[in-house]
Ligand binder design. Structure first.
Ligand SMILES: [Zn+2]
Length: 78
């Protein structure tokens, strides 16, 4: 059983996937390592942003499918 709102999912998904954050804007808030000759891997901000976009996509999809976020099923009989 799916919510009629789910019909909009393809458009919403496209909008989420089209969302981009400028690397320069993001790196301004990303801690930087100044250790000389540092060989450590301090992570890739693009990877983290992509993880976040995927998480947003999944949350929105679940909400549109069955209002799982706005009307969570808390397991009580209604
Ligand atoms: Zn470092």
């Amino acid at each position: 059983m799916s919510d009629p709102a789910y019909e909009y999912w393809p458009r919403v998904q496209q909008a989420i996937q089209a969302t981009a954050v400028s690397r320069a804007d993001a790196e301004w808030q990303w801690p930087r390592c100044h250790k000389r000759g540092c060989q450590q891997d301090h992570g890739d901000i693009a990877f983290v942003l992509n993880m976040f976009a995927k998480a947003v996509e999944e949350t929105v999809r679940t909400e549109m499918l069955c209002a799982a976020i706005s009307e969570p099923d808390i397991g009580e009989p209604s």
